[in-house]
Design a protein around this ligand. Structure first.
Ligand SMILES: *[C@@H]1O[C@H](CO)[C@@H](O)[C@H](O)[C@H]1NC(C)=O
Ligand SMILES: *[C@@H]1O[C@H](CO)[C@@H](O)[C@H](O)[C@H]1NC(C)=O
Ligand SMILES: *[C@@H]1O[C@H](CO)[C@@H](O)[C@H](O)[C@H]1NC(C)=O
Ligand SMILES: *[C@@H]1O[C@H](CO)[C@@H](O)[C@H](O)[C@H]1NC(C)=O
Ligand SMILES: *[C@@H]1O[C@H](CO)[C@@H](O)[C@H](O)[C@H]1NC(C)=O
Ligand SMILES: *[C@@H]1O[C@H](CO)[C@@H](O)[C@H](O)[C@H]1NC(C)=O
Ligand SMILES: *[C@@H]1O[C@H](CO)[C@@H](O)[C@H](O)[C@H]1NC(C)=O
Ligand SMILES: *[C@@H]1O[C@H](CO)[C@@H](O)[C@H](O)[C@H]1NC(C)=O
Ligand SMILES: *[C@@H]1O[C@H](CO)[C@@H](O)[C@H](O)[C@H]1NC(C)=O
Ligand SMILES: *[C@@H]1O[C@H](CO)[C@@H](O)[C@H](O)[C@H]1NC(C)=O
Ligand SMILES: *[C@@H]1O[C@H](CO)[C@@H](O)[C@H](O)[C@H]1NC(C)=O
Ligand SMILES: *[C@@H]1O[C@H](CO)[C@@H](O)[C@H](O)[C@H]1NC(C)=O
Length: 419
């Protein structure tokens, strides 16, 4: 017990003595404006004898300095230590969420001087920006949000490694894109945009670029946004529109030989062909000839395809001649001309009629009407008209009539096939 205490005292005395001797110690001395090894390779740097302590700091002009110094200069972040050659502090890239911090080619010379045991860290912040600095490896566990490395200025990589990069340029050299303008977006959730009014006046970049007209929230139809792959904002102002079968009232199946070149597509327009069926008439053509911003979808009875002359698919067209077939004394879909069009019994029928007798509205295929009724409608001597396209008897009647007639009388007099 006694011995142990003596030993401890002796050791303490020797240690104190050693410290006194070490009031002169060795420190690395260098500055990065004269010698880049000061940052990256201390084995190539000489040491000097110093009084009490060694320091590592970045001067306000961004030069890294390792030296003997008893007090760190004011206004800089400084690491101080007091053992031989101790000022070997790791230095890392430093930036805190600024837009350019995400962009390796735009990093500044700002450095973080690490404490002993720290590593370099690249961190994805909650606000989608990036921070780069020193830190403990233990603070960096989620590899999707944080990366570490441990050699000088190693934290200068693109992060995340698959971060979206967009062509970033403007003006007359911005129509055909150039790889040298591919730039990572400042925010991790950004998209690429393309905007322009001619080949000589294009703008490209990230929706997170400060001052851009095409933000992620933009509803400007001229802002074309994409984020499905790096460099996706590469469409030239105009590009070849391809070739498609083009006809307004086409046969149900179309020969590819009826194809012709489409007009050029601008960057907001698709390249491809469509087939659309409207009122049983088939039309085929170039997607970029459809009205601007009218999408070719099932809802518009349109289908599209994107290879040359591809719009030759067979279309099922219902050629059955139909008329609205109904009668009513009430104000309802029949009065309004909104009743369902149904096939006529006579398969060679080519005409529909609709008329109003007193309060009674009647719609049908013309062949269903009695001779008297056909006469009245064809010659429009009653409030009745004939038309000759499938489903055409859809004009509306107003609610009120003057003459009350019994349904039975009308049916007996005018309509032959009603039961
Ligand atoms: C920077 O380093 C160079 C070369 O080692 C040296 O000549 C110069 O005096 C240093 N400057 C300062 C301020 O230490
Ligand atoms: C560091 O400097 C030493 C001495 O000049 C040299 O031998 C070594 O190759 C350098 N290491 C690196 C990684 O540059
Ligand atoms: C920056 O300042 C340090 C010391 O204050 C000096 O050694 C270095 O030469 C300066 N560098 C430049 C580029 O002015
Ligand atoms: C985003 O978050 C980082 C880290 O919290 C912060 O340094 C930076 O200033 C923030 N940037 C913006 C634009 O809010
Ligand atoms: C791409 O841009 C670089 C830098 O502006 C330029 O030197 C190079 O010639 C361009 N390449 C092409 C194919 O336009
Ligand atoms: C441009 O970059 C892409 C992706 O990195 C590469 O596939 C392509 O070959 C490059 N083109 C030129 C002309 O360098
Ligand atoms: C692209 O072409 C369409 C159709 O001609 C036109 O309406 C639109 O304004 C054009 N967009 C741009 C950005 O020039
Ligand atoms: C991204 O979208 C463009 C345009 O729609 C398409 O050409 C390209 O193949 C897509 N890339 C990927 C990887 O899906
Ligand atoms: C644009 O990028 C797509 C991939 O997204 C590629 O297939 C296409 O060839 C590129 N077009 C131009 C004009 O660079
Ligand atoms: C389409 O063609 C058919 C037969 O050639 C013709 O009866 C019909 O009136 C045409 N329709 C239109 C909308 O041009
Ligand atoms: C559109 O129609 C096609 C073919 O009839 C069908 O496969 C597809 O699911 C439809 N899409 C939508 C969104 O209704
Ligand atoms: C069908 O209508 C046509 C023309 O209106 C007529 O000649 C023919 O007799 C009708 N057929 C029947 C079975 O009513």
């Amino acid at each position: 017990m006694q011995n142990n205490i003596l030993t401890t005292l002796l050791a303490t005395a020797l240690f104190a003595c050693g410290l006194n001797l070490a009031s002169s110690l060795n420190c690395y001395q260098c500055n990065s404006s004269a010698d880049p090894n000061c940052i990256t390779n201390l084995t190539a740097v000489t040491t000097v004898t110093c009084d009490k302590s060694c320091v590592t700091y970045q001067a306000t002009n961004l030069t890294l300095i390792r030296d003997c110094l008893d007090d760190c200069p004011a206004g800089v972040t400084c690491q101080q230590c007091k053992t031989d050659n101790c000022n070997t502090n790791l230095v890392c890239q430093n930036c805190q969420g600024q837009e350019d911090c995400s962009v390796p080619s735009k990093l500044t010379d700002s450095l973080a001087i690490c404490s002993e045991g720290d590593v370099c860290i690249t961190q994805l912040n909650d606000n989608s920006t990036i921070s780069r600095s020193c830190g403990t490896a233990a603070s960096c566990t989620d590899s999707t949000k944080c990366a570490t490395c441990d050699v000088a200025k190693c934290n200068v990589q693109l992060f995340p490694a698959d971060r979206l990069q967009c062509y970033t340029c403007s003006g007359d050299s911005c129509d055909a894109v150039n790889n040298s303008t591919l730039t990572p977006c400042g925010l991790n959730n950004a998209q690429c945009y393309t905007l322009g009014s001619s080949a000589a006046d294009m703008q490209r970049g990230c929706t997170s670029d400060s001052g851009t007209k095409c933000t992620a929230e933009s509803t400007d139809a001229n802002c074309l946004l994409c984020n499905n792959e790096t460099g996706c904002n590469n469409l030239t102002y105009n590009r070849n529109g391809g070739t498609c079968v083009q006809c307004d009232n086409c046969s149900a199946a179309q020969e590819a030989t009826a194809a012709a070149a489409c007009p050029e597509s601008n960057y907001t327009q698709s390249v491809g062909c469509y087939t659309q069926t409207k009122d049983n008439v088939v039309s085929r053509g170039c997607l970029n000839a459809l009205a601007y911003n009218v999408a070719c979808t099932n809802e518009t009875d349109c289908s599209s395809c994107d290879t040359a002359n591809c719009n030759i698919e067979l279309v099922e067209v219902d050629t059955t001649f139909k008329c609205q077939r109904c009668y009513t004394y009430n104000y309802d879909t029949c009065t309004e001309g909104k009743s369902e069009a149904l096939a006529c019994d006579n398969t060679t029928e080519t005409k529909c009629f609709a008329g109003k007798w007193g309060d009674l509205v009647v719609r049908d295929c013309l062949d269903e009407a009695s001779e008297l009724m056909q006469y009245q409608c064809v010659n429009e001597v009653a409030d009745c008209k004939v038309c000759d396209e499938s489903g055409c008897n859809l004009w509306a009647y107003s609610a009120a009539g003057l003459i009350q007639m019994s349904l039975g009388l009308i049916m007996g007099l005018l309509i032959i096939h009603f039961v």
